[in-house]
Design a protein around this ligand. Structure first.
Ligand code: AMP
Ligand code: FE
Ligand code: FE
Ligand code: ZN
Length: 286
């Protein structure tokens, strides 16, 4: 393993706008030594990304950005994203039965939520629900960005950003919840499957409530191995705080673009992780 990696990127297997092979081509063109594909709650893009890595001469590993939550007494759970890495250690290996079951339940809940979001949009704009669903690529994990694409096509907003700043953002009319597993379920399941877990963008407050230090400590006790420090949604102060937490709990600090293609301003390689840090992470797998 060598060089500069971008270990958190999305394809059309979830809410990115580039197919896995195209994403890998762009990553090679950007001069990266490797990427880890981390689509939301799915492994659907893995095979295509791996094959493209061979063609373009770039290292491709595969992971999952798992939707999860931290329960809180007396209030709604805090939603978090857990990057599950090294579940693909053996060629052709999947993420393990328990992780697979958690993912299937989440994707099922996301599909039911997509139905409800599509009904609202369809009623408001006098179109059919299938016109909204048409923006979810076949087999993709359905999410709010696809609803945003439908709203763009309907002329209701200019782009995904405007959709998230209004109807799809906190308090927005189309921002519906969906059930996700708790960190207590996800972290041990990933470790049992031989994987390692990094908490993505822990302090990205624009998306909603974020975890406090004690909650990170609870995740460390469950086996959390890394913290995404360098991420576009962290300002300078948040990076300092995240780095301090990583230091305090001996978590591997990472950086990544969280690239979503044309759907977000994030550019490939805008934040990266060194091969040494990644190797240290891989050493800590379950
Ligand atoms: P969901 O998981 O369906 O609730 O949708 C959340 C996803 O929307 C996140 O994973 C981001 O990829 C994406 N997202 C959040 N904010 C924006 C934005 N301003 N523009 C585009 N995509 C966004
Ligand atoms: Fe996303
Ligand atoms: Fe995320
Ligand atoms: Zn992401």
């Amino acid at each position: 393993m060598s060089g500069r990696w971008d270990p958190h990127v999305h394809s059309t297997a979830s809410d990115g706008t580039d197919a896995p092979a195209e994403l890998v081509r762009q990553a090679a063109a950007a001069g990266l030594d490797g990427i880890v594909l981390t689509d939301h709650d799915t492994t659907a893009g893995w095979a295509e990304a791996r094959a493209a890595g061979q063609r373009h001469g770039i290292a491709v590993r595969c992971g999952i950005e798992v939707s999860a939550c931290v329960p809180r007494a007396g209030e709604r759970p805090v939603s978090v994203h857990l990057l599950a890495y090294e579940l693909d250690g053996d060629p052709g290996a999947g993420p393990g039965a328990t992780v697979q079951e958690l993912l299937e339940a989440t994707v099922g809940g996301r599909a039911r939520r997509m139905d409800r979001m599509a009904e609202l949009v369809a009623a408001d704009h006098g179109v059919g629900v299938e016109e909204v669903w048409a923006h979810v690529p076949p087999g993709a994990t359905p999410g709010r960005p696809h609803v945003a694409d439908a709203l763009v096509a309907l002329g209701a907003v200019a782009d995904r950003d405007e959709a998230f700043a209004t109807v799809l953002g906190p308090g927005g009319r189309y921002n519906l919840p969906h059930p996700v597993p708790t960190v207590d379920e996800v972290i041990p399941a990933v470790r049992t499957a031989g994987g390692v877990v990094v908490l993505a963008h822990p302090l990205a407050g624009r998306r909603g409530r974020v975890v406090v230090r004690e909650e990170v400590e609870q995740m460390v006790e469950l086996g959390l191995a890394g913290l995404e420090v360098h991420h576009r949604d962290h300002d300078a102060g948040e990076r300092v705080l995240a780095a301090r937490w990583a230091d305090a709990y001996e978590l591997v600090p990472t950086g990544a673009s969280d690239f979503h293609g044309d759907g977000k301003p994030n550019r490939l390689a805008e934040n990266t992780t060194g091969a040494d840090e990644l190797e240290e992470l891989w050493r800590r797998r379950g």
